[in-house]
Design a binder for this molecule. Structure first.
Ligand SMILES: *[C@@H]1O[C@H](CO)[C@@H](O)[C@H](O)[C@H]1NC(C)=O
Ligand SMILES: *[C@@H]1O[C@H](CO)[C@@H](O)[C@H](O)[C@H]1NC(C)=O
Ligand SMILES: *[C@@H]1O[C@H](CO)[C@@H](O)[C@H](O)[C@H]1NC(C)=O
Length: 125
């Protein structure tokens, strides 16, 4: 078909490019400029955002004061800090959303999770 219609081909290529641009890997800075703190409302932060497989989550925080625990839904709901799957404490931690599904994060320090320093997101294809 490309040989038959050069114009048609250009249009197809244009939409292929557009499509790959729209699906480009996105980097989400958790809490934007506020970062990962116990005074950021992460429900507001996630509202209206889409998270796709291949996107990156970046947690920026003072690692003397906070950390990031990747947990399951039970620990997320109850702020249970000793059953985490992963722990990050670098202060500038990048995490790849490698598969479709739900991801839950809490801060494991003091009562920060109880105070709302918790993030739940869903990664879609
Ligand atoms: C966080 O924001 C959500 C949605 O904007 C709101 O419903 C909720 O009450 C807020 N939570 C706090 C602790 O302010
Ligand atoms: C979360 O992990 C805890 C501890 O490993 C386990 O008891 C609990 O059943 C898990 N919850 C879910 C929803 O998988
Ligand atoms: C965080 O790390 C990334 C690379 O891993 C780097 O590009 C960025 O400048 C760092 N940001 C801060 C605030 O340290």
């Amino acid at each position: 078909m490309c040989l038959q219609s050069y114009q048609y081909c250009t249009v197809i290529l244009f939409f292929l490019c557009l499509n790959s641009l729209l699906n480009a890997r996105e980097t989400h800075i958790v809490g934007d400029t506020y970062g990962w703190t116990d005074s950021t409302n992460f429900s507001s932060w996630t509202a209206g955002k889409e998270f796709h497989v291949g996107d990156l989550l970046v947690f920026n925080y003072d690692n003397m004061v906070h950390n990031v625990l990747q947990v399951n839904s039970t620990a997320y709901e109850g702020c249970i800090k000793d059953t985490y799957a992963e722990k990050f404490d670098g202060g500038n931690d990048t995490l790849l959303l490698s598969e479709v599904g739900k991801y839950w994060f809490i801060c494991g320090v003091s009562d920060h999770c109880e105070n709302g320093q918790k993030l739940g997101i869903v990664a879609i294809p």
